[in-house]
Design a protein around this ligand. Structure first.
Ligand code: RUQ
Ligand code: CUA
Length: 667
């Protein structure tokens, strides 16, 4: 019975379908035959095309359209400014065109960057390896503050410095080719934050510690925090001629175990002095499980902490006189000597201060009190007068003289909740990022009155204006670097991008122009410079080794390609040009040491090749003219294709060859 019913249903259903199809067909035929001139499709909805239509359809205001016109760059139009932003925990540098906010480049710094072969050839791998502290094997960096080199207190477009907070390191990037040329590291301090900041003629790159620890990386119980833990500030000497930091000519000054924070170097009137903020003068060190307050509350007991004033010009003399102790290969001026020689003074700064910024004329220092609502404006000349007259409010536990706060400052600007960093324009205004309020506060340097607040989305950290930390602020654009981005972009799950917001500051009021998601790291700080102040080479002379800064001794000229078997291994002199490597077959015995000398003999802009040998974790980027050395042991027998990884020409796929590694014993 059941089976019969099933069959029955099948027939019934099928018959209904057939009937329906026939009816549809007939009706359709009648419609087509009866109405030959009428459209058969519903009227097409034309998408909005004209500006008014688009504005209406997308709900755009006139200000939105204006913002779009100020940032849109049709194909081929180039940006007026270039922003160098730290890549945060990605450990690389981000190069951004402004005002289009298009990412133009990443530059490998503390982290290997496979696409640019950074960390894979001998020179860049050695640079990363030599930057290791305590023979470690750190593969990343926590980059915070890029600093453009300066001449007379303004950007000169020649070099850029960046720091690694987690593993105290400073990198030098050459702006003639945007390549990291040097990374210096120190074992003196175990973390840092006030870095990198340059003196007005880039004599020094400043790096100050953050979390105190015994100097030199030794152990001491945390209960001896006051006695044995210390901060320090390092002055890395920059040799502009060589384009490198001269470690031999660098020095450090021991500081009390407060948590030194951001730093700045004075210019013009205040030239010769460095200013370093600190928090946790309470010297709390946590220990929640041991009944201590967490660091966050332990360090927030006092109403003020200390802004450090450091006379680095006089410190140079103390170092020259040999009045130092060597720790971790650096001559260190002890706290005692620093006090004796008048190199170090403190002035109280409002509750857990953060940013410290020099006004364009160099006469004042603006300090934001993270847990206070003010930005305090200190007068350099008043502070110098106090020092000269010996007018101090006593000394701290380490004997450092403390200047009276009231007499050191001109006044305070009432900014709002959580002021952090300040930048300047060319019309006498200061711009302070206000974290808790999520606004940029614009205030008059003259009256110290806030004139405008612009909401930003959300939790702004640093802000960067064009030339905003120089003697010559340009006052055009400002970028608000927001830590949170919830609700701003299409969701990418629990991990949100950061949000760079571009703001026009050239008018009477600030105008928000653009939201740029930054999908990597936490890009802390950035600096912006006119694109035409940069002078970038687009090709290298043939055989140039960018890390060594000269033609490589093993550069290969066309016609000179060869393979030589010597006592120390197999030397392969190889060139690359569209669309082949030569030699393209390399015969090896298992265990051979291979010295690969690779020269791009291209001289056409943007004719870039990549080089890899499968199975060997090798990748090189060959910009026109560039030379790279790769040394490796052919320890994996087999047939290993090598090929060009960059789509360089119509015959890019044919730009390939073989590394043939014969097993031991000829099997
Ligand atoms: S800090 S968000 Cu690393 Cu420059 Cu103030
Ligand atoms: Cu060379 Cu692809």
């Amino acid at each position: 019975m059941e089976r019969l019913d099933e069959d029955h249903r099948w027939w019934t259903g099928s018959r209904r379908t057939v009937v329906a199809l026939v009816v549809l067909f007939v009706v359709g035929a009648v419609v087509i035959a009866g109405c030959p001139d009428e459209p058969t499709e519903p009227e097409e909805v034309r998408p909005a095309r004209t500006v008014p239509e688009l504005m209406e359809a997308r709900g755009l205001s006139e200000a939105d359209v204006q913002a779009a016109l100020m940032t849109y760059h049709p194909s081929g139009m180039q940006d007026e400014f270039v922003m160098f932003a730290s890549g945060g925990q990605a450990g690389n540098l981000i190069v951004i065109g402004v005002p289009s906010m298009r990412i133009l480049r990443y530059v490998g710094v503390f982290t290997p960057e496979p696409w640019q072969g950074y960390g894979y050839d001998d020179d860049t791998a050695a640079m990363l390896a030599e930057s290791q502290r305590f023979d470690g094997d750190i593969s990343w960096g926590d980059m915070h503050h890029p600093a453009l080199s300066k001449t007379d207190g303004d950007y000169d477009g020649e070099y850029l410095f960046v720091n690694d907070k987690a593993n105290p390191r400073v990198a030098v990037i050459d702006l003639s080719d945007l390549v990291t040329k040097q990374i210096v590291s120190t074992e003196l301090i175990q973390s840092e934050h006030g870095s990198t900041f340059v003196t007005p003629n880039t004599e020094y790159v400043i790096q100050s510690a953050q979390y105190p620890a015994p100097l030199g990386g030794v152990f001491a119980p945390i209960e001896e925090y006051d006695e044995l833990y210390r901060g320090a500030v390092i002055f890395w000497r920059f040799d502009r001629e060589a384009g490198r930091i001269d470690e031999e000519a660098s020095f450090a000054i021991e500081l009390p175990p407060y948590m030194q924070d951001l730093a700045a170097a004075g210019w013009l009137e205040s030239e010769g002095w460095a200013f370093i903020n600190s928090f946790n003068t309470e010297r709390a060190y946590g220990g929640i499980q041991e009944g201590n307050p967490p660091l966050e509350s332990g360090s927030a007991q006092f109403d003020t902490d200390f802004l450090h004033l450091v006379d680095w010009r006089s410190a140079e003399q103390v170092v020259a006189d040999g009045n130092t102790t060597t720790i971790s290969d650096l001559p260190v001026i002890s706290l005692e000597t620093a006090v004796e020689e008048g190199l170090l003074y403190f002035v109280p700064a409002s509750k857990s201060p953060h940013g410290v910024d020099i006004t364009p004329d160099g006469s004042e220092i603006v300090v934001s009190g993270k847990l206070d609502t003010h930005a305090t404006v200190y007068s350099f000349s008043q502070m110098m007068a106090l020092i000269e007259e010996g007018e101090f409010d006593g000394v701290d536990d380490y004997g450092v003289p403390i200047l009276p706060m009231e007499q050191a400052m001109r006044g305070q600007a009432e900014i709002g909740l959580g002021p952090l960093h300040t930048q300047f324009d060319n019309r006498g205004y200061a711009y302070t990022s206000v974290y808790i309020e999520s606004v940029i506060a614009k205030w008059s340097l003259e009256t110290l009155e806030v004139v405008e607040k612009l909401p930003v989305h959300y939790n702004v950290g640093h802000l960067s204006a064009v030339g905003g930390d120089t003697v010559n602020p340009r006052g055009r654009f400002l970028v608000s670097m927001n830590k949170w981005a919830l609700d701003r972009f299409t969701s990418t799950g629990p991990l949100f991008p950061q949000n760079f917001q571009l703001i026009d500051i050239s008018g009477d009021s600030m105008q928000l122009l653009y939201d740029m998601p930054l999908p990597l790291g936490e890009p802390h700080y950035a600096q912006m410079i006119e694109a035409d102040l940069l002078d970038l080479d687009t090709i290298y002379p043939i055989g140039y080794n960018p890390i060594q800064g000269e033609i490589d001794e093993n550069a290969v000229e066309p016609g000179d390609e060869r393979i030589e078997r010597r006592d120390d291994g197999v030397h392969v002199y190889m060139t690359a040009i569209r669309s082949h490597f030569n030699p393209d077959i390399v015969r090896l015995q298992e265990g051979d040491t291979v010295h690969l000398y690779l020269t791009s003999v291209e001289q056409a802009e943007d004719a870039i090749h990549g080089f890899t040998i499968g199975g060997y974790d090798i990748h090189v980027s060959l910009e026109p003219g560039k030379h790279a050395n790769v040394t490796f042991v052919a320890d994996k027998p087999g047939v290993w294709p090598m090929y060009c990884t960059e789509f360089c020409s119509a015959l890019h796929l044919e730009m390939a060859g073989y590394f043939l590694v014969e097993p031991q014993g000829g099997e």
